[in-house]
Design a protein around this ligand. Sequence first.
Ligand code: FCB
Length: 480
Amino acid sequence: MANDASVVSDAAPSGQLAASSRESRIDPNANPFTPPADSSLWRKSFLLGAATASYQIEGAVHEDGRLPSIWDTFSATPGKVLAGDTGEVACDHYHRWESDVDLLASLGLEAYRLSIAWPRVMDAAGQPNRKGLDFYRRLLTRLKEKGIQTFVTLYHWDLPQHLEDRGGWLNRDTAYRFADYADLVSREFAGMVDAWATLNEPWCSAFLGYGNGHHAPGLANGRYATQAMHHLLLAHGLALPVLRANDPASKKGIVANIGRGTANSDSAADRRAAELFEMQHNAWILDPLLKGAYPQDLFELWPGTEPLVLDGDMQTIAAPLDFLGINYYFRTNVESDGGHGFREVPLEGVERTQMGWEVFPDGLRDLLIGFSGTYRNLPPIYITENGMASDDKVVNGRVEDTQRIAFLKRHLGAVDEAIKAGVDVRGYFLWSLMDNFEWAFGYERRFGVVHVDYSTQKRTVKRSAELVSGFLEERKTRGS
Ligand code: FCB
């Protein structure tokens, strides 16, 4: 990985005149985030944005006809979320959206990834809730006015509770209800959205929600996880043609969180354990989407969990994608569990974040390069989330989030390496625009590039955001 000093000494590859003429003008000490002169990040076509999700920032859970979601229920259940935190107020974005968009624009961010809360826009009979729809219409309109590209996720985990009461993602009917919801919002917002993502991280919805119970709705059964996954992917596959019909000009895709697994030793058993880890994290989702079949190893790892799949489901799920959103955070080091599975062996002496997650940018590069080898039909990729939590404090009006600055620079370096190795990565979204409700960890874990004081709702731009913004400004004049 190039360090700052190499910015002026590395020779730009031949033919990259823009990069080499940049070299002499870049002061490596000016901005510790600034990528090396030959980085693909200097291309103005490489989109740099920030992401959020409805339940994590909006609050206003009882307002304007919003119905309860599974996260309202889950977070109100004692013991499920750290410190008993809930999304009831969150960042109060439902009321502060105008100043939040101003903030986004003032940072020069080019794109915003947000999610729509299903229980805000549709009632239990499947009828539109105008007030909820109006909120997103105002938001999307303002984003367009500011020239910010919009990446809209339809499902970032806030399933209406009334659907969970009828089985949630264990009920096949939920997939059809999702297609109805996709139909409603894509008819409403056609022409206002640059890219639609059906689902955020089906691995988390299925495994954490139904497999081990760490997330809403809090069920813990392996068979449930695979069935929930099948219905989630079916929901995605049913929604895609609906989105295409209603809003032909936009891009359509899905967002997956991918995990890097490394073997604790060179033994065949540990190497197999690492393979199995990645298979259940990545291939469980990507194989059905891109190959039209579940990996058979999954049912060797979790015997007896084959989901009920009806004729035609796999073709529906494998409909072509315009883009694949990738969320990456850390790696997991594993060994064989002595049987057919794996178990984690946390590494000592490695850099970790406030979440305890290891900082491991090479994992992102290696996975991206690996996918482009495994899936010949891999669509263009956007890194739809990457970032880290730190215990950030405002001191004299400033937040010096030094670890995050290095983290972002190194992960963007890994993306650049993947691009140079031939992977078609077109953009990157910081997770997150602002500190927010971090699911089972509540408000303690701060992922934002903007600090939020939850007692006053004051936003303070962290140093990382200033530097990303500075780079974007510089790219306007020096980029290619
Ligand atoms: C991802 C989620 C996102 C956020 C980050 C830290 O799994 O998509 O909402 O919580 O992790």
